[in-house]
Write a protein of this length. Structure first.
Length: 142
């Protein structure tokens, strides 16, 4: 399968969409404007379907694939920065936060990676596979 991205936004390259629906309030709204026409910017091939929504921060696109890999790809060129193989398909949408990637997998693990190099920082084993998007909680008092 392919992940196709176009030059869809005229916002700055620094615009972020670090989690499912973009931010902790899950509004799914961006301040960026759509470009007048779409062009294919790049294509990235994976070994199976991509059911995970891509997330973007600091010029990096992260997503999972049913081929069991989590990918980090350059937003500018579509080139692989790193990948990590889990023991199950990855349908979960990652969360990018404080230089880390958090994502669930079909192997029933929640993973944390360093966003720069893909090094596994830790994982937590759950009772069943994780297919939903990962989100973060913001406490009302900070």
């Amino acid at each position: 399968m392919c992940l196709l991205l176009g030059t869809a936004c005229s916002g700055s390259a620094g615009d972020s969409w670090p989690m499912f629906h973009g931010e902790p309030q899950l509004r799914g709204v961006s301040s960026s404007r759509l470009a007048p026409a779409y062009e294919l910017a790049w294509r990235f091939e994976t070994g199976d379907a991509v059911k995970s929504s891509p997330v973007v921060a600091n010029g990096v696109v992260c997503f999972g694939s049913l081929d069991t890999f989590v990918y980090a790809v350059s937003l500018a060129a579509g080139e692989k920065i790193w990948s990590f193989e889990t023991a199950g398909g990855v349908a979960s949408t990652p969360l990018l936060h404080n230089g880390r990637v958090f994502v669930g997998s079909g192997d029933a693990r929640l993973y944390a990676f360093d966003m720069k190099d893909g090094k596994e920082l830790w994982h937590y084993t759950c009772n069943d596979r994780i297919e939903g998007g990962i989100n973060r909680l913001i406490h009302p008092t900070g």
